[in-house]
Design a protein around this ligand. Structure first.
Ligand code: ARG
Length: 269
């Protein structure tokens, strides 16, 4: 019994070796035919700072929702993968990519040269600009430079923080930094600062949905360059970057993107 089994095994092994030595011409079952497994849909973990309506926010059920989520889900649909959103504080959000805790970050992230040194981005999917919000009774701010000598709140480490640093100085005591943009705007409401500088879409959305206590906005297109949001991936992850770009292209081409855009911002002008 034992011997004959062993003999069988040896001859089976031998023929396997011979078959594979003969190469593909042999009529042996092709490896692919042996594994008819269902196509595996990869699920990626996505970091987002969900305190940034309408781009990302938590609904009553504590689920992450928003423009970015709709965009990425549609992109994933086209490119054949799944996504799982994980609410992640803005501070340190990019480090999660390098550490491998998140596969990508979609969080209204502006593509900047500095960030490009430590991560890679998809093609842009949204255009934004900084916007100044001024508090009740502030009448002498007509342009960005007028913020000199004023107290300004920003979300730490955002492009808003960067532009204000350029104007007031990196270590200026007049810059008050907050971990989220809504907190910066609350500070403006309560009179702790005279202005906030942040992404236009978020400021406008906030003022629309909150009793914002006399806050007004000042646009300054001469001082603020257009910014473009991209989806960030770990530096060198060209495979995922490629899938994202493929999906973005597809949703722009077939009207899906425009539908999502209209849902959040109205028809494009
Ligand atoms: N666009 C700005 C930046 O990239 C602000 C983004 C903040 N996003 C957020 N979900 N908190 O710096």
């Amino acid at each position: 019994m034992t011997i004959s089994r062993r003999t069988l095994l040896v001859s089976a092994l031998l023929s396997a070796v011979m078959l594979s030595a003969c190469g593909k011409k042999e009529a042996a079952p092709a490896p692919a035919a042996e594994a008819p497994a269902a196509p595996q849909v990869k699920e990626y973990v996505v970091g987002t700072d969900a305190a940034y309506a309408p781009f990302e926010f938590e609904n009553e059920k504590k689920e992450v929702e928003g423009f970015d989520m709709d965009v990425l889900r549609a992109v994933a649909d086209k490119a054949g993968f799944k996504v799982k959103f994980v609410n992640t504080p803005w501070e340190g959000i990019f480090a999660t990519l390098a550490q491998g805790d998140r596969d990508m970050v979609i969080s209204a992230v502006t593509i900047t040269d500095e960030r490009k040194q430590s991560m890679d981005f998809s093609d842009p999917y949204f255009e934004a600009r900084q916007l100044i919000a001024i508090g009740k009774g502030v009448t002498d701010v007509k342009k960005f430079a007028d913020l000199k000598g004023k107290k300004v709140a920003v979300q730490t480490g955002t492009t808003g923080d960067e532009v204000v640093q350029k104007l007031l100085g990196k270590t200026s005591a007049d810059i008050k930094r907050f971990e989220s943009t809504p907190l910066a705007l609350k500070e403006l409401e309560s009179g702790g600062v005279q202005a906030v500088v942040a992404d236009n879409g978020v400021v406008i959305n906030y003022l629309k949905n909150n009793a914002s206590n006399g806050i007004a906005t000042v646009a300054d297109n001469d001082s603020f360059a257009p910014e473009f949001y991209g989806i960030a991936v770990k530096k060198g992850n060209a495979e995922l970057q490629g899938k994202l770009n493929e999906g973005i292209k597809a949703i722009k081409a077939d009207g899906t993107y425009d539908k999502i855009y209209a849902k959040y911002f109205g028809e494009k002008k």
